[in-house]
Write a protein that binds this ligand. Structure first.
Ligand code: HEM
Length: 148
């Protein structure tokens, strides 16, 4: 049996080609991020949670465009640390992630250049949401139970 070994560079090129073929580019990501956070800021429950922490949306929005560019197009533009940024938030419940994902899905559906873009973004958003929830709600409890 022969295995096809692909370099990280080849793998990245394939992901980028697939995303580009679906119509995902910087302009789409920019539109998605602007529209999504416009809706989040107007959201009855999530709006105040973001407003409490974010003073300068002109700083947050470019960061989120870099984040989605890295996630969807593997450009490596984002180099922040989402886990500690969320662990320090107060007043966030596990259920808020379902609200977040609901707004995100509606926005992706509204703007997607092709239908495949919806599952492409949702798979990634859901995976990241799970790991953030684990870091925010499950790991601190495990750590505490080990200490007592
Ligand atoms: C209920 C769900 C969520 C809430 C309330 C929330 C809230 C926030 C807030 C307030 C910040 C700003 C933190 C700061 O500047 O100090 C932030 C940053 C961020 N969020 Fe979320 N978030 C949620 C879910 C998500 C999800 C599901 C993703 C990814 C799919 C995500 C990705 C990010 C990223 C990448 C940053 C920037 C972190 C950094 O480098 O500073 N968030 N979030």
């Amino acid at each position: 049996m022969t295995y096809r070994v692909r370099s990280a560079q080849q793998r990245r090129a394939e992901i980028q080609a697939r995303a580009t073929a679906m119509g995902i580019d910087d302009a789409f990501i920019s539109d998605l991020v602007e529209t999504f956070y416009g809706r989040i800021r107007a959201h009855e429950r999530l709006g105040p949670i973001f407003a409490k922490t974010i003073d300068d949306w002109n700083e947050h929005l470019p960061k989120m465009k870099d984040f989605w560019s890295s996630v969807a197009l593997t450009t490596g533009r984002y180099s922040g640390k989402p886990v500690p940024a969320h662990q320090k938030l107060t007043g966030v419940a596990k259920e808020d992630f379902s609200l977040w994902l609901g707004v995100f899905e509606t926005t992706v559906r509204d703007l997607a250049p092709t239908p495949d873009v919806v599952p492409y973004f949702m798979e990634r958003a859901e995976r990241i949401a799970e790991s953030l929830k684990l870091a925010m709600f499950t790991l601190p409890g495990l750590k505490k139970s080990r200490e007592t």
